[in-house]
Each structure stands twice: as C-alpha cells, then as structure tokens.
Design a protein around this ligand. Structure first.
Ligand code: HEM
Length: 198
C-alpha cells in the first residue's frame, strides 16, 4: 500500500469523522514523535496490516462497520484518482470503456513508473454493450475499497451506472467480481413519468 494512499486516508478520516479520539489515533500513526528519527508512516509503503488495524480502530471508535469505512474511503479516493488520471482518459470513452482500459493505460503505467506502486490487477470482461464484469484478486483484501472507487468514479461519466458485487471462492483465494452496467435509461424515464403521474 503506497504512502500516497495513507496520505489520502489521513485527509479522508480527518475530514469525515471529526472526533478528538480519532485525531489522537491518526496522529500516533501518521505524525513523527518528537525527536524521533522514524519515518512518517505516510511515506512508508506496504503497511497493509497497519492500514487494516487503523480501519478497525476507527470502526470501534465510530461504531461504523469496516466495510462502510472502506467503501466511503473508496468514493473519496475516486475523486483524487480521477484528478491523477484524467489526462489518460480518452474523452470519447464511456465508463465501461474506461474500465476496460485501466490495466493497460493506468495501473500498468504506474507499475512501470514507480517501483513502490503495486496496484491490483483488475481483469475486465465485456458481457454486452451495456455491461462489463471486473474481477479483483489482491492479497490486500480491499474489495470494499474497490467497490467505492468503482461507484465514485462513475460520477465522472455522462450515463448512470449500476454496480453490484459478488464473491467467488477459489482454492487459493477469494476473488471479488463487480458487475457494472449502464442503467436502463428507458426504464428510469418510465419510472419517473409514472411517479410524476401519481
Ligand atoms: C475504477 C477503477 C479502479 C479500481 C477498482 C481500483 C482499485 C484499486 C485498489 C482496490 C487498490 C488498493 C490496493 C489493492 O487492493 O491491492 C488500488 C491501488 C492503486 N490504484 Fe487503483 N483502482 C482504480 C483506478 C485507478 C486509477 C484511475 C488510478 C489513477 C492514478 C489508480 C491508482 C492507484 C494507485 C496509485 C494505487 C496504489 C498502489 C500501491 O499502493 O502500491 N487506480 N487500486
């Protein structure tokens, strides 16, 4: 987990869950102790167990499930990722085309550009004109973060998108599958008209 993600997590927690106990937790983990030569956690990488334990502490303090915290963080992160990647997004793509191109345009470029980046491999299969399935298989087990990123990122495209998640057990790991489809605009329009007539 790259330090950049910790930095965004720090901003997310302080911005969303204001509470003094959380400031203490975050500062113990993110800011250097006085006279300490330790590096800031912020700049260290691959501290996935620390990240999971931070999420768990926040979940206890705020009585919010870890899944919801990760999902909300993913939505927050999607805005940052959009700012980082908008130059690689072809303006003619819809969201499904963007998702099909993440691996070769964005995650792969990150792996090549900076050895400390190790984003997950996201395999995308085209099901129809209106639907893709993305598989997420990472030892970091951040599928609810991935769900939040996928949901949040869709806001930057014109159409409305629906996202659902399911899990598949394999002998060595658990893979998460995300089905992303363009919302049926005809149905949406009919539903709106129907409710206006009531
Ligand atoms: C909607 C599409 C995307 C999904 C579902 C997604 C998912 C994820 C997830 C879940 C992680 C956490 C690491 C892990 O689980 O192994 C991650 C890492 C990362 N992603 Fe993506 N991502 C997406 C698009 C992007 C975009 C557009 C960027 C643009 C720059 C980006 C940049 C990164 C970076 C920098 C990391 C950190 C890698 C590391 O810590 O080593 N991602 N991604």
């Amino acid at each position: 987990m790259n330090g950049l993600f910790f930095h965004f997590f720090y901003l997310f927690v302080l911005g969303n869950y204001q509470e003094s106990l959380l400031y203490e937790t975050m500062e113990q983990n993110f800011l250097p102790k006085e006279n300490s030569k330790e590096k800031y956690l912020l700049f260290k990488s691959d501290l996935i167990s620390e990240f999971h334990s931070l999420v768990s502490k926040i979940s206890d303090i705020k009585s919010i499930s870890e899944k919801i915290i990760l999902n909300e963080f993913g939505r927050f992160l999607s805005t940052k990722l959009y700012e980082m990647s908008r130059g690689s997004i072809d303006p003619s793509w819809n969201y499904l085309q963007f998702l099909e191109n993440i691996e070769n345009t964005i995650h792969e470029a990150l792996r090549n550009s900076n050895s400390s980046f190790n984003p997950p491999i996201l395999k995308v299969t085209r099901i129809s004109d209106n639907k893709v399935v993305m598989s997420y298989d990472s030892p970091r087990r951040l599928e609810y973060l991935a769900l939040g990123i996928i949901q949040g990122f869709s806001r930057f495209f014109k159409d409305k998108y629906m996202v659902s998640m399911s899990k598949v057990d394999t002998p060595n790991s658990e893979i998460s599958l995300f089905e992303i489809s363009i919302a049926n605009t005809a149905e949406t329009t009919n539903a709106k008209e129907h409710s206006q007539n009531e």
